[in-house]
Write a new protein. Structure first.
Length: 165
């Protein structure tokens, strides 16, 4: 009888150990899948979030005031037909701070949609112009539709933005 009780306890212990190992295996597999998907997305330069350094001037009380700032982007895939890059702008000087945002929409071929106008080429970039969120923007896109430079006009400010490397 005593041997039977020890055998049952060993069997329960073995089953518990197997359950823990299986649970760990499932957790590790899930983590590996998530990391693989994330790495695939990180490898596509088009969808990567970026930062841009901003410089410019604004006329304040009949004076030209220089300022600096930053633009950060957020990518979102609306549908299989469209995707959007939203640009979050923060800039200022010692006397003012401003924030605003605007977006650039792409079709399935990663070309700006008909809301934007192709205005030519310059220095190896395709130039696209559009208005969104009150900002008039000229985008300098490379052959992978990545924005490297922007010229922005917003409420009297003239901004120039360069992608951080």
């Amino acid at each position: 009888m005593y041997e039977l009780t020890i055998a049952k306890k060993q069997k329960k212990l073995l089953l518990s150990l197997v359950e823990v190992l299986l649970a760990m295996g499932v957790a590790i597999s899930g983590w590996l899948i998530v990391m693989a998907v994330q790495n695939m997305q990180d490898q596509d330069p088009f969808i990567m979030d970026r930062e841009y350094d901003v410089t410019g001037t604004m006329i304040v009380e009949d004076r030209e005031v220089p300022y600096t700032g930053i633009i950060t982007t957020r990518y979102s895939s609306e549908t299989s037909e469209f995707s959007v890059k939203t640009y979050h702008v923060k800039y200022g000087s010692t006397i003012f701070d401003r924030t605003f945002k605007y977006s650039l929409m792409f079709d399935a071929d990663r070309v700006p949609t008909s809301r934007f106008t192709h205005i030519g080429s310059e220095g190896g970039y395709e130039l696209w112009k559009g208005t969104d969120g009150g900002a008039d923007v000229v985008y300098y896109l490379d052959d992978k539709s990545i924005v490297h430079h922007m010229e922005i006009e917003y409420e009297g400010s003239k901004l120039s933005a360069e992608m951080r490397v």
